[in-house]
Design a protein around this ligand. Structure first.
Ligand SMILES: Nc1ncnc2c1ncn2[C@@H]1O[C@H](COP(=O)(O)OP(=O)(O)OP(=O)(O)O)[C@@H](O)[C@H]1O
Ligand SMILES: [Mg+2]
Length: 613
């Protein structure tokens, strides 16, 4: 029988130690089709893709039930290598690239082009040499077919995250037999404009007949880029639709199983009398690879929710990391009027600052420990919370920590089997919620949160942003949110600073028009009426001083900060390319960031599948 599906997964069941996470789930994909897989955190999306890709996490936990059919043939995929042999590629959320290699070497990793040498002719293939020239040529052809302006000789470690994603997809496409590529939240780390470039590349590859399974929490993207949508809820398939039959609101209702309120801050809550400054940065620079902040001058007022936005690679991420002493920095940081030595992180914590890192795995989650200990640990160490004394000897108050953890599990809706579940076995989004719970436990005066809702589903996103707003309103915590999602910043922040090329391009109110944000992000100068008077826009005054800062001189010499020198060598300056992509049409970019109404720009392809309501 002629089979028109490239992939069929039928009646898939999976449990982890008795916890049933997939219940009779079936998915079908045709060649050239972009199929979206959506669902709340923990719904089972990554698990079903791990089954397809033969990941060890599945086989080490008792395998699965059901059948996988590729191109009409039943297969038994036991490892990622076998999956690749069947033409399945996967772009993981955590990058699988080697920073020290160049783009071509990463694209060809483990499949290097080899050339014969006199020795290899005698002693065999082992002594073949890697044929760099032909590898670079192949990689160039693949990159060109994707329409990516990215040098094949650029070292991957120096690329901004957005570009790493392209290298991952180029690697999958360079394998000539690839027929289906799984993208597990590929755009979570990208800004809107980078995501748009990436997805248009995915669409053009799909037109050549390669199928995609696309996992995303960004429902606008799903609406605009997929042909078909499968919705998972608590491990069950609750929706199988042509994309054109759904709008984003209906998608979120299907995912969550109830109506979802669209988040919107009540702006009348604002108290304009907050004038006291709690955080002041002067000529602050941070040497974080790929995200260098060069000269940041800004003031944050006590009790405000302050946003830091901007394109990936321009330095917004490094500000909080520098203040917490995680990377070398220069310039001045004042907290409540006191000059801080940011290399002494304990002092910063004592001053009431807490930080939720964008890097949840690297941010010190103890993956093999319980949810309860992960939530309690920071407050236990620095604030003596969850400590009880018996006969004068301090003990860990496990009971108290459990009670507290259970409260957080409920408040943030952390999907788990209980407080004792190891964090490693939580879904990505639920791990993020544990990080946030841990920072809240410190009871901070100033809370930095970076990319708080990256990888978080739409229902939980609202809960997290709501809890940040509540913390701000009820406890007066100053919240500083760094995010690539401008729409998210605009829904909760009083003011938003846009960082471009390591400097503050401007500070806007969240109610300012879209085009102003677009202009600042694209590097164009937006002059606010009255800005020339200086006064309340210190960043402008600083910017006006131009090149005579000592740190600029240092940067120019290269030597001080090795990564500056590295950046200087990268002739192509990929972040400029990204900015250039924005520059052409700031108003479109800004409109895309507006979120919500994505219109009916669904791709034209039709599928003939029967659709169940
Ligand atoms: N190795 C494992 N051991 C035990 N439980 C696991 C393991 N991997 C996943 N789970 C559980 O399976 C469920 C589904 O997780 P999965 O990672 O598939 O969710 P997801 O839909 O990808 O969520 P997210 O959007 O947060 O990435 C979760 O409850 C998770 O805790
Ligand atoms: Mg997942």
């Amino acid at each position: 029988m002629d089979n028109k599906f490239i992939l069929e997964m039928n009646h898939i069941e999976k449990d982890f130690f008795g916890n049933q996470v997939l219940k009779d789930v079936s998915i079908k994909v045709k060649p050239g089709e972009i199929v979206a897989l959506i669902g709340e955190n923990g719904a089972g999306k990554s698990t079903i893709m791990n089954i397809l890709f033969g990941m060890p996490a599945i086989h080490q936990t008792g395998g699965f039930k059901g059948e996988v059919i590729i191109n009409g043939e039943k297969v038994d995929i036991k490892s990622p290598i076998e999956a690749m042999k069947h033409g399945i590629g996967m772009v993981h959320q955590e990058f699988m690239l080697i920073d020290g290699y160049d783009v071509a070497e990463n694209v060809k990793l483990n499949r290097e082009n080899l050339k014969k040498t006199p020795l290899s002719l005698i002693f065999g293939k082992r002594l073949n040499l890697v044929d760099q020239a032909s590898m670079h040529k192949d990689a160039r052809t693949t990159l060109d077919s994707l329409g990516i302006d990215l040098g094949e000789q650029t070292r991957v470690g120096s690329l901004p995250v957005g570009y790493k994603q392209f290298v991952e997809i180029a690697r999958e496409l360079d394998k000539q037999n690839t027929r289906l590529i799984v993208l597990d939240e590929p755009t979570a780390v990208l800004t809107e404009s980078e995501a748009e470039t990436f997805l248009s590349c995915v669409r053009s590859v799909a037109e050549k007949g390669i199928a995609f399974i696309f996992i995303s929490h960004k429902l606008d993207e799903v609406k605009n880029n997929s042909h078909h949508v499968f919705v998972l809820r608590d491990g069950e398939m609750v929706g199988d639709y042509h994309t054109k039959e759904l709008n984003t609101i209906r998608m979120s209702e299907l995912m969550v199983g109830r109506k979802v309120e669209i988040l919107n801050r009540q702006m009348e809550d604002e108290d304009p009398s907050h004038q006291e400054i709690c955080l002041e940065l002067e000529h602050f620079g941070v040497s974080m690879p790929g995200e260098i902040a060069r000269d940041i001058t800004l003031q944050v007022k006590k009790g405000e929710i302050f946003g830091i936005g901007g394109l990936a690679g321009h330095g917004k991420i490094s500000i909080a990391n520098g203040i917490m002493g995680l990377y070398p920095s220069r310039g001045q940081v004042k907290i409540n009027g006191k000059i801080m030595d940011v290399t002494r992180t304990d002092d910063t914590l004592d001053a009431g600052v807490a930080f939720v890192s964008e890097d949840r795995r690297g941010s010190g989650l103890m993956l093999d420990e319980s949810i309860e200990l992960n939530i309690a640990i920071a407050a236990l160490k620095t604030k003596n919370r969850f400590v009880i004394k018996r006969l004068g000897i301090p003990f860990y108050d496990k009971k108290g920590a459990i009670k507290y953890a259970e409260k957080m599990i409920q408040e943030l809706d952390i999907r788990c089997t209980g407080h004792s579940q190891p964090v490693r076995s939580l879904s990505g989004g639920n791990q993020q919620k544990v990080c946030i719970a841990r920072a809240l436990t410190l009871d901070p005066d100033i809370l930095f949160v970076s990319e708080p809702t990256r990888g978080i589903d739409i229902g939980a996103k609202k809960m997290i942003l709501d809890s940040l707003m509540k913390l701000n309103k009820e406890k007066g915590v100053t919240v500083i949110i760094t995010s690539s999602e401008l729409a998210e910043l605009r829904s909760v922040c009083n003011r938003i600073a846009i960082v471009t090329e390591g400097r503050i391009a401007g500070i806007l109110s969240s109610t300012d028009e879209d085009y102003k944000f677009g202009m600042l992000m694209s590097g164009a100068k937006y002059e606010e009426p009255g800005a020339a008077q200086g006064g309340d826009r210190p960043q402008d005054a600083a910017a006006a001083q131009g090149g005579d800062w000592p740190q600029d001189a240092a940067a120019a010499q290269g030597g001080d900060w090795p990564q500056d020198a590295a950046a200087a060598q990268e002739g192509g300056r990929p972040q400029n390319t990204a900015a250039a992509q924005e520059g052409g049409r700031p108003q479109n970019t800004a409109a895309a960031q507006g979120g919500g109404q994505s219109g009916d720009v669904a791709p034209a392809r039709e599928t003939e599948r029967t659709v169940k309501e």
